[in-house]
Design a protein around this ligand. Sequence first.
Ligand code: SF4
Ligand code: SF4
Length: 209
Amino acid sequence: MRYPKLRELKEAVTALIKGPYTTKFPFEPHKPAEKFRGKPVPDDDWCVGCRACAEVCPSGAIEVIDEPEAATRRIVRHYDKCIFCGQCELNCTTEKGVHLTDEYDLATFDRKTLFYEQKFELLICERCGRVIGTKKHLLWLARRLGPLAYSNFPLILTAQRELKIAKGKIPSKVPLTKTASASRSDIFRILCPGCRHEVLLVDQYGKSL
Ligand code: SF4
Ligand code: SF4
């Protein structure tokens, strides 16, 4: 019995010298531990709106709203549903699109204010009107693939439109007399993931119509 009492006495003296172990939050800001998982904040430079994080979010905190008529995708992160698991950060396509911060003080009287919204331009299949993906995602893929992107026509077309090399829509009609001489290497195939409609395009670069 003597030793525990001495140990408690030592603890009491140490606490008197060092001060209390607990923090004084909310009267003083609290510094979380190094690996603390707090509010996930997207990085608008790196988030391409691919929706991969919404697919893995276990609590359904990431809402994806596609508006094909307006060619817009909205991604809304609802912090009142977030459980700070870190799956969005772990599975982010670009690896830098969202980060868990050390922000923990999210309490509010109105949970409707606890969200963050992003907007992206959507690419839509011109035939069936279904969503192909966000323009930013395709541009990111084109940059990432480099020369390999030239095996996928929608990727190069999106990238070249951005660089103002290509403009407007893909010409839907090419005179038959001119296509008759096209070899197989001049023909691109596009497959819409929604309607599975296949379109053949003839590369007329460097040739006069
Ligand atoms: S996975 Fe990453 S890049 Fe894709 S929408 Fe989520 S945060 Fe953005
Ligand atoms: S931390 Fe987890 S719960 Fe919160 S948004 Fe990311 S995946 Fe969803």
